[in-house]
Design a protein around this ligand. Sequence first.
Ligand code: ADP
Length: 160
Amino acid sequence: MKKLAVYPGSFDPITNGHLDIIERAAALFDEVIVAILNNSAKKSLFTNEERKAQIAPLIKKFKNVKVDFFDGLLVDYMKKTKANACIRGLRAVTDLEYEFTLANINKKLSPKMETIFFMPSEKNTYLSSSVVKEVYQFGGELKDCVPSNIDKALKKKFKK
Ligand code: ADP
């Protein structure tokens, strides 16, 4: 039976840190779905459609990765897609508390649900979508931290 993993997140926007995790998951699972959370309560810089269009060309090189949206509970999306595990990234101990809570709540909701954590390479450890947005907002650029389509999209969004 094929092993499917769901990698949920905001991806607002996707960074090299997310891609680092996707690459690791793609090497271990038969199939990976990058699942963009449709969360109207969380204000995002890019729309869901923009995020999906940004991610699509970046995952083309992985034959077993696709991108999708989901809303509502992650456990319901995982049941719908018959996923075996949920993938999350751990940058530092600071991520642990939040991720630990999330993984435990999801297990409470769906006892069979496994969360698997991947660590990125050291260079991506300090990288987050929020830090990237903050830098571009004030006219800076982080070309080593985001793919070139994201660098362009951020500059356009902040009209650099
Ligand atoms: P969320 O809003 O769900 O935290 P994000 O898009 O910020 O969504 O992140 C999705 C997942 O990817 C989270 O598990 C987060 O810890 C992980 N992640 C984000 N950036 C990195 C990075 N630089 N290295 C490793 N994991 C990361």
